[in-house]
Design a protein around this ligand. Structure first.
Ligand code: GH3
Ligand code: MG
Ligand code: MG
Ligand code: MG
Length: 313
């Protein structure tokens, strides 16, 4: 899997298409042509006539649905489905089989391999349309729920669950690519007294405003900012070394200062400020990502001890 593929897949959820994209895989040019005619008015259709092209297209184009013929020379539909399901970048794409009539065993085997539905040959256009529409609708609902489960309700940025998933994925990627990875933890300074002085609802507003400002301060598309807990935010910086991480940290500090939210008891500058702890490493197979996270926590503690409104590495 190439690096550009991995980067692309990280952001597939953001990808907006005018039409749903369907990949049709069949060794018969006639069958491909029929499916194309049936689907092309409503959907964008791409085709492959063999397994390896199908797998490559599935990974690079991230179709919304794959329609897969079973009987093919070389890699058959079962094997293609198996491989799609084994690859984290393609496993969530719904697969529908095309089976010859009266092939109960084919249908059962396909469904057991993770296919969501099947179409019987010879294909009936209205049935193809109906089944395709159903599966695309279900996929939209799944994608919606997946996005929802990754979002923090108060600030609408990523939540802790999303961070943990990203951290795990980026960590393994950094090991594979022998690249470095940075983590930062931010904590609002004297936020308890902000709530005490201005009220808890004003505190919630401040959290929303800070979250948006910090999100905007992060330049690189691969970087993640998430709300970790109460008034603590966590960030992930793939492919970032110590100097790059310090630059991001300074941008975050300045973005919050620039808001100039009045905080009479901030103990620092009479405005809301944050402290940041940063940790960077180049993980190997034996490294522990919890240890990197703890280093960021230690650095944050040092920033607090050192007077707040600052960054420590
Ligand atoms: P420090 O500078 O040491 O961080 O001081 P602090 O007062 O910010 O201490 P700490 O980080 O432990 O404070 C957490 C406070 O953040 C407690 C609570 O009042 C506030 N807080 C946590 N979650 C929320 C939230 O969702 N909404 C609001 N309004 N306040 C929250
Ligand atoms: Mg065939
Ligand atoms: Mg805190
Ligand atoms: Mg705090």
């Amino acid at each position: 899997m190439s690096q550009s593929n991995e980067n692309k897949s990280r952001h597939s959820g953001d990808m907006a298409r005018d039409k749903d994209l369907i990949l049709v895989v069949d060794d018969s040019p006639t069958n491909l042509a029929i499916m194309n005619v049936v689907l092309r008015d409503i959907y964008q259709v791409i085709t492959a006539n063999n397994g390896s092209d199908a797998l490559a297209l599935a990974a690079s184009e991230e179709p919304d649905l794959i329609i897969l013929d079973i009987m093919m020379p070389g890699m058959d539909g079962y094997e293609i489905c198996d491989r799609l399901k084994a690859n984290p970048f393609t496993r969530d794409i719904p697969v529908m089989f095309v089976t010859a009539m009266d092939q109960e065993r084919q249908e059962a085997r396909g469904l057991a391999l993770g296919a969501v539905d099947y179409i019987a040959k010879p294909v009936s256009p209205p049935i193809v349309m109906a089944r395709v529409r159903n599966q695309l609708e279900l996929k939209k609902q799944r994608d919606f729920l997946r996005r929802l489960s990754a979002i923090d309700g108060l600030t609408t940025i990523a939540n802790r669950r999303a961070f943990e998933e990203d951290f795990d994925r980026e960590w393994r990627r950094a090991i594979r690519l022998k690249s470095s990875i940075g983590v930062y933890l931010t904590d609002i300074d004297n936020f308890k007294s902000y709530n005490d002085a201005y009220g808890y609802l004003a505190g919630d507003d401040a959290l929303r405003i800070l979250a948006q400002a910090m999100s905007k301060a992060i330049l690189r598309p691969g970087d993640l900012l998430a709300r970790y807990s109460g008034e603590e935010f966590v960030g992930l910086m793939p492919d970032t070394d110590a100097s790059g991480a310090a630059i991001v940290g300074e941008r975050l500090l300045n973005a919050v200062r620039a808001l100039s939210l009045p905080h009479a008891h901030s103990g620092t500058a009479s405005i809301v400020t944050i402290s940041i702890g940063v940790a960077i490493c180049r993980p190997g197979p034996a490294s522990d990502r919890a240890a990197l996270f703890k280093l960021a926590g230690d650095a944050l503690y040092a920033a607090k001890k050192g007077g707040r409104n600052q960054l420590r590495v």
